[in-house]
Design a protein around this ligand. Structure first.
Ligand code: OAD
Length: 254
């Protein structure tokens, strides 16, 4: 089936959807100027994840880890939401029960105005005490950028603070797991711009399908989710989402 026919099919299905859940990954932010992780220009081509994104890496060299995260924050400061983020933000108002689960830590969905966002892998704009001192909250927002002294110190105990993102080898917040699992019981589930390689996030589309959801993938390349979903839309999320939104507006007004 041609892409525009697939888009009409998806838009038709959306007309009656009440409960909608969307999972996003790095591909959604490419049009905002943020690289993916595993693409040719991806972050994990520039540095190995075990040098940067593990508790062991932080223990060994917190300054090196903070240099990297601070430079990501500095670049991110200049980025704005793209058309894909905007369409998803409008869906968060259109559908009666909408959840957006994002693996992205850039905050662009929130900046676009999306309601009900679950940050599966945390946020680049949050930090936490590395020692987990009893007086500090688990995570708090800190938008200081650039951070003057690396590694920064905990204002509560004077120990180190860490980026508020989930690293390899760490568990996902149990509350996030429960909320995401509940959201996967939905009418329509989209997986957009993710390689579907990192679990448990990558398993949610199969959960949704097993519970009867109509499942759709949007990606420029083939991923393991293509075997799972009802419809695979091959293209850039910023374009494909715009086309679905157009088809949806046409069908609603006709
Ligand atoms: P990846 O870099 O693994 O995958 C990005 C996906 O986006 C690929 O499948 C691309 O084909 C696709 N893509 C690129 N441009 C696109 C566009 N314009 N429109 C649609 N799709 C596009 O990134 P993630 O799947 O997000 O975790 O990575 C998952 C996790 O691995 C990240 O959250 C991060 C990383 O390690 C942590 O840091 C814990």
């Amino acid at each position: 089936m041609a892409l525009d026919e697939q888009i009409e099919q998806v838009a038709n299905r959306l007309k009656t959807a009440q409960r909608m859940t969307v999972m996003t990954g790095a591909g959604v932010s490419v049009a905002s100027g943020i690289p993916t992780f595993r693409g040719d220009e991806g972050f994990w081509k520039e540095v190995r994840p075990e040098q940067i994104a593990t508790p062991q890496a932080f223990r060994k060299d917190p300054k090196f880890v903070w240099d990297w995260y601070d430079s990501r924050r500095e670049k991110l400061k200049e980025c704005s939401p793209n058309r894909g983020h905007e369409v998803l933000a409008s869906w968060s108002n259109r559908f009666p029960d909408f959840t957006l689960i994002t693996q992205n830590v850039d905050g662009l969905h929130e900046l676009a105005g999306t309601k009900n966002v679950i940050r599966y892998h945390g946020s680049l704009w949050e930090v936490g005490c590395w020692e987990e001192c009893p007086t500090s909250p688990h995570r708090w927002e800190d938008r200081t950028c650039p951070i003057p002294d690396h590694p920064p110190k905990c204002p509560y105990c004077g120990g180190l603070i860490r980026p508020g993102v989930v690293w390899f080898g760490e568990v996902i917040d149990p509350e996030v797991l429960v909320m995401s699992s509940q959201a996967s019981r939905c009418d329509v589930f989209f997986t957009i711009g993710t390689s579907s390689l990192v679990y448990p996030a990558a398993g949610l589309v199969s959960d949704a399908k097993d519970h009867g959801a109509f499942t759709v993938e949007i990606n420029t390349e083939s991923t393991p989710s293509r075997e799972v979903v009802d419809v695979s839309l091959v293209g850039k999320s910023e374009n494909v989402l715009d086309q679905i939104e157009l088809a949806l507006s046409r069908s609603v007004s006709s």
